[in-house]
Ligand binder design. Structure first.
Ligand SMILES: Nc1ncnc2c1ncn2[C@@H]1O[C@H](COP(=O)(O)OP(=O)(O)OC[C@H]2O[C@@H]([n+]3cccc(C(=O)O)c3)[C@H](O)[C@@H]2O)[C@@H](O)[C@H]1O
Ligand SMILES: Nc1ncnc2c1ncn2[C@@H]1O[C@H](COP(=O)(O)OP(=O)(O)OP(=O)(O)O)[C@@H](O)[C@H]1O
Ligand SMILES: [Mg+2]
Length: 250
């Protein structure tokens, strides 16, 4: 067994304790500030599944709203979101953003042409707007789902999925999220699906980043990586520093 595998095995041993710590964190943030509850964007992916499950454990079904927000999203993710809601007893609502997305892109395109990535980021920022509308109206917090691996390389949309009020999974690598997901009873189809932002057809995280989560998490947890992956990881980390910092001000 190598250092990476050993680390993950040790994590499994303290899993229940770690879940309890994160559940207590959510409770403290919401109840401690006398807020009503939590809103989470539900994508059919594993990060939002784990985050929502922690919220339901912390606050109960009545105080958590999961929001599925399709905008030309793949049907498989809609189905996985439904399965998740059933498995963890989540109150799931749908806000269809297709028309808002089309209208925003059409108006902005009168000024300049947008490429697929910029359009995808616009979609993520419309989701943020929706979650804040719900949280604002109900006196809830918007819960961030970005994990440690994504945050390290800035693999999130600034002002989109990268903007929320509290993050109960920020210190977990993707591999730790997967371990936790099994324990929380997340459906198998979500556990085994390739991570994707689903911002455009066929997008997958690993293809876009140019290295695997195994490369990235091995590097984060043990400091080891093949030279090519290490170079890409460090490059993305460097150019995304602004996403992890407060806005420069004078
Ligand atoms: N040095 C600097 N100091 C301060 N601000 C700086 C900056 N450089 C860029 N910026 C600002 O940041 C903007 C670029 O950031 P951003 O808008 O995020 O855009 P960008 O980093 O180009 O794209 C976001 C990436 O995250 C991926 N993503 C998004 C959403 C979810 C997921 C997922 O895993 O599911 C992945 C997406 O596929 C894409 O690769 C620039 O337009 C500029 O406004
Ligand atoms: N169609 C969607 N509806 C609602 N929320 C979404 C949707 N797509 C993305 N999101 C939000 O944006 C977050 C970032 O997406 P990301 O792909 O990193 O996470 P994930 O889908 O939960 O897991 P994975 O990385 O394994 O795909 C999601 O966790 C979710 O909160
Ligand atoms: Mg996803």
């Amino acid at each position: 067994m190598d250092k990476f595998e050993e680390y993950l095995l040790q994590y499994e041993e303290r899993l229940e304790e770690d879940i309890a710590k994160r559940v207590a964190f959510i409770r403290e943030q919401v109840d401690g500030q006398k807020l009503g509850g939590a809103v989470v964007g539900i994508s059919g992916g594993i990060d939002s599944a784990v985050t929502a499950a922690l919220c339901v454990r912390a606050l109960g079904k009545e105080r958590v709203i999961g929001v599925w927000m399709p905008a030309y999203s793949q049907a498989v993710h809609a189905e996985d979101s439904r399965k998740l809601a059933e498995a963890i007893d989540l109150n799931l609502v749908t806000v269809d953003l297709s028309k808002a997305y089309d209208a925003a892109v059409a108006e902005i395109s009168k000024v300049l042409e947008l490429d697929d990535k910029t359009k995808g980021n616009t979609k993520a920022r419309l989701r943020m707007t929706t979650l804040y509308a719900i949280a604002n109206q109900k006196g809830y917090l918007v819960i961030d789902t970005c994990n440690r691996s994504e945050v390290y390389v800035g693999y999130m949309t600034k002002g989109g999925d990268g903007l929320a009020d509290i993050n109960p999974v920020a210190s977990l690598t993707k591999h730790e999220v997967r371990i936790m997901a099994r324990q929380l009873g997340i459906p198998e189809s979500i556990l085994t699906k390739a991570p994707s932002a689903d911002l455009w057809a066929g997008q997958t995280d690993e293809q876009e980043m140019g290295f695997t989560y195994e490369d990235l998490d091995r590097f984060l947890l043990t400091g080891e990586a093949n030279p090519e992956a290490k170079e890409k990881i460090e490059y993305l980390h460097r150019i995304s520093e602004h996403k992890r910092r407060a806005m420069p001000e004078i």
